[in-house]
Ligand binder design. Structure first.
Ligand code: HEM
Ligand code: SF4
Length: 575
């Protein structure tokens, strides 16, 4: 850290940016190109947008010596995933008016628009803000969208935990005036660290930072995959406080064993009124000790793994000025969503609906976008985005239930009763054609692959058994594939590494089972394992646990162990 020259390029971009301004405003005026400068592209992420290009037509445009077909992805923050029916309708309108006619419900409870061209970028972000939503810090080296359980069985404490999520989100939102100046025509403010970024300073964090709030028994937010998480502890008199977990993260790089997914460690307990201050202090430890030289090693998971959890807790407690309480008992039963109707403590109802790949679009036989627009026009309740790319229509009055059901039928919206346990527990990242990092298909391909596996499951009598399956187009892990019982991670066109053996509640990492699998080979490879599971599982034994007991893969005990024991496994990777 002492040698400034060695700092990663992004550190220089942040330092020079004058609190995230860069030359974005000027670049937006330049009509000679559909893109922005390389440095501004890095800064744009902090404003919630990524420059992308349509990869389906990249080669054809190159052949005709045309600039890539640039457009922008815009991610809208939705703290705790709670949006209103009006905000759903606005997102629906914006995707039609400025985007590609679809929108994505992401794995971190955000909305995403794709295909917005440069000349519409400012107007779209402005109109998102007009709808009382924002995009600042949706991406970039800062705290991102704060996730929160959507539909806890203990729904009386949902309002309290949601408030905690919103407070965390507000406290850790970058304070720079750049966002208002660039997108909302705000007044330019004088730059000084004390005014512009009292928490982050001018170089922000070494890397992205992600927070979740979970309420047992649901680990729908996948808390172990995030930098900082709070596990609500409810007693007889309601919410008592939170266990604190630190140091989770998914991303890794193929072929680089120094990079690995890591699950968070649960380090102690804090009462509710101390949560926001504790989060700030955790952020400060990472700000000061995270690696700013090697970006692949810059997440807090590596800071903690390198220095040890005890060191981290000591550093945190010295900044807090008190010791964390002992970890309280908790138990999770699943990390997926609870589908269908459930009644709230106040007599209203929630309905969770499966959205394949989180993509809100109309397809033959399932007019998801139109159907949900009709539902939003009718309901005055909430549209909660789940951490598994689905939507929960929340706070539905008993008198409105029948009308919602009629729309579900009319528009062919997915009835969870008709879908397999595997499909209901599936998620996939965007990948092609928009994600510049994708090595293989994910969102466009996983539904077909599941269809093939369903044939095997059906025969084996496992159609209704919940098994988690996730697919990503590259090892960055945006759909958290390393904590799925079956995980496909893209390596190249139609080539995936296949991981097995994660915990059903998201509390154990998987292990590589087969390398470089073609999509068309997956069914044949997995069929014997699925049949074996159907025949030989113990009472209540989960698929992820069975494949370890039966010797298909060894258990991964911690992140560092993720790449170990692969060759030794009795049915090891063939490649
Ligand atoms: C470590 C390196 C990572 C990089 C460089 C990265 C980069 C990206 C990019 C470029 C996209 C845009 C794709 C598109 O919309 O076309 C994206 C999407 C997304 N990423 Fe990541 N990502 C990383 C890891 C993660 C992880 C570990 C998570 C979650 C635990 C995550 C969560 C998301 C989410 C929620 C989306 C939105 C779309 C979706 O739900 O699939 N990312 N990421
Ligand atoms: S996992 Fe890779 S391919 Fe998928 S969205 Fe993330 S960065 Fe893109």
């Amino acid at each position: 850290m002492s040698d400034e020259n060695k700092l990663s390029a992004n550190e220089g971009i942040k330092t020079r940016s004058n609190y995230l301004r860069g030359t974005i405003a000027e670049g937006l005026q330049d009509l000679s190109t559909g893109g922005l400068s390389a440095d501004d592209q890095q800064l744009l992420k902090f404003h919630g947008t990524y420059q992308q290009d349509d990869r389906d037509i990249r080669a054809a445009r190159r052949k005709h010596k045309l600039e890539k077909a640039y457009s922008f992805m815009i991610r809208i923050r939705v703290p705790g995933g709670v949006s209103t029916a009006r905000q759903w309708l606005e997102t629906d309108r914006l995707c039609e008016q400025f985007g590609n006619g679809t929108f994505k419900l992401t794995t971190r409870q955000a909305y995403q628009l794709h295909g917005v061209i440069k000349t519409n970028l400012k107007r779209t972000i402005k109109e998102i803000n007009d709808a009382a939503m924002d995009t600042i810090a949706a991406c970039g080296d800062v705290n991102r969208n704060v996730m929160c359980v959507v539909n806890p069985e203990k729904s009386e404490i949902h309002a309290e935990v949601l408030k905690v999520s919103e407070d965390l989100s507000a406290h850790l939102t970058p304070a720079t005036g750049a966002y208002h100046e660039i997108w909302l025509d705000g007044e330019k403010v004088e730059s000084s660290e004390a005014v512009e970024e009292p928490i982050y300073g001018k170089t922000y964090l070494p890397r992205k930072f992600k927070i979740t709030v979970a309420v047992p028994p649901s680990n729908d937010v996948d808390l172990y995959a995030h930098d900082l998480s709070f596990i609500a502890i409810a007693g007889e008199k309601g919410l008592e406080g939170f266990n604190v977990a630190v140091g989770g993260g998914m991303g890794m790089t193929h072929g680089d064993e120094q990079t690995f997914p890591r699950l968070a460690d649960v380090i102690g307990f804090v009462p509710t009124d101390k949560v926001v201050d504790l989060a700030e202090k955790v952020v400060l430890v990472q700000r000061d000790f995270g690696d700013r030289v090697e970006r692949k090693h810059a997440r807090m998971k590596y800071t903690i793994d390198d220095r040890g959890v005890e060191w981290f807790v000591g550093e945190l407690e010295s900044r807090l000025g008190y010791k964390l309480g002992p970890v309280r008992d908790f138990k999770f039963t699943h990390n997926g969503d609870d589908f269908g109707w459930s009644e709230n403590a106040d007599g209203t109802w929630n309905y969770t609906m499966f959205i394949p790949g989180g993509r809100v679009q109309d397809t033959p036989g399932a007019e998801i976008r139109t159907g949900l627009r009709k539902v939003a026009e009718m309901l005055d309740g909430e549209f909660r985005l789940t951490p598994n790319q689905n939507v929960t229509l929340a706070v539905v009055k008993p008198a409105q239930k029948a009308a919602v059901e009629a729309l579900i039928t009319e528009y062919g919206l997915n009835d969870p009763e008709k879908l397999s346990g595997l499909r209901l527990n599936s998620i996939s990242c965007v990948a092609l054609p928009t994600c510049g990092l994708a090595l293989a298909e994910a969102e466009r391909y996983l539904p077909d692959l599941i269809g093939e596996l369903e044939e095997v499951l059906e025969e084996a009598g496992l159609r209704n058994d919940a098994i988690t399956i996730r697919m990503t187009g590259c090892p960055n892990g945006c759909a958290r594939p390393y904590i799925a019982e079956i995980g496909f991670v893209g390596r190249g066109p139609d080539r995936y590494n296949l991981y097995l053996g994660a915990g059903f509640v998201g509390d154990r990492l998987s292990k590589l089972w087969r390398k470089d699998v073609k999509g068309s080979e997956a069914k044949e490879l997995l069929a014997p394992v699925i049949r074996d599971y159907a025949r030989n599982r113990e009472d209540g034994e989960r698929f992820g646990d069975f494949v370890i007991r039966a010797g298909y893969v060894k258990a991964t005990k911690e992140g560092k162990d993720f790449h170990a024991d692969i060759e030794d496994s009795p049915v090891a990777a063939k490649a």
